[in-house]
Ligand binder design. Structure first.
Ligand code: BEZ
Length: 224
């Protein structure tokens, strides 16, 4: 029988736990060093493992795209800095899925004492020594906006990671909500009215060409 254990889980809408860590790009003070930028903080179970290698190749191939979205990547596993450097150097030799000889230029935390992993709920029921595949989306004020966790056996969906990031940025910038299976360019949702006055205003607004009101609480708006 699995022993019960308690894990700290950071919560959506709360400040990202702070830490200082050694990475493949030097020491970082998190999240202070990233003020004004979005951060994707992610963990992987272990260096020199197959699924993690495909994920790192994919993160590397999308690094510039994420930077274009004012977003920095920070990786983590419970491995030493020497292990990280050896693995990242090995990854440069590979080509897979149209990705050729990727250079990993984002920092990867050597969390050998599990300090960061424990703060972020990255050690769960699968292993006491390996992190799960966690993804934290942190906004430019250091607040956690979305958390995804995957098991070791399942590689992450990078289309979804990018979709979540773009969706969070859009929702924050435009004050809209996003429907099921939303993709950039598709209709958005105007948040429901909160008072009688608002409902009247909403009925007026919904007469505009850009809006489609299904009911008083469900109004779609064409993307700008
Ligand atoms: C992998 O990345 O392939 C992996 C890592 C840890 C456990 C299982 C698979």
């Amino acid at each position: 029988m699995t022993e019960e254990k308690s894990v700290n889980f950071p919560l959506i809408g709360t400040p990202a736990p702070e830490f200082v860590a050694t990475t493949t790009q030097g020491e970082i003070h998190f999240p202070q060093d990233y003020k004004g930028k979005w951060i994707i903080l992610f963990s992987h179970p272990a260096d020199f493992t197959p699924v993690c290698t495909t994920e790192f190749m994919t993160f590397a191939s999308m690094h510039e795209e994420f930077r274009g979205l004012n977003t920095e990547l920070v990786g983590l596993s419970i491995d030493s800095i020497y292990s990280h450097l050896g693995w990242l150097n090995a990854i440069k030799n590979y080509s897979w899925n149209g990705i050729e000889h990727p250079e990993i230029e984002f920092p990867v935390i050597a969390d050998i004492k599990m300090d960061v992993a424990n703060k972020y709920g990255m050690i769960q029921g699968e292993s006491d020594t390996h992190a799960v595949r966690a993804v934290f989306f942190i906004d430019p004020n250091g607040v956690i906006k979305t958390i995804l966790y995957y098991p070791a056996s399942l590689g992450r969906n990078f289309h979804e990671i990018k979709r979540v990031l773009i969706g969070l940025q859009k929702s924050e910038k435009e004050g809209v909500a996003l429907p099921a299976n939303w993709e950039p360019g598709k209709d958005v949702i105007v948040p429901p009215p909160g008072s009688c006055g608002d409902i009247k205003d909403r009925l007026e607004m919904a007469k505009g060409e850009k809006y489609e009101m299904k009911d008083w609480f469900l109004t779609f708006k064409k993307d700008d």
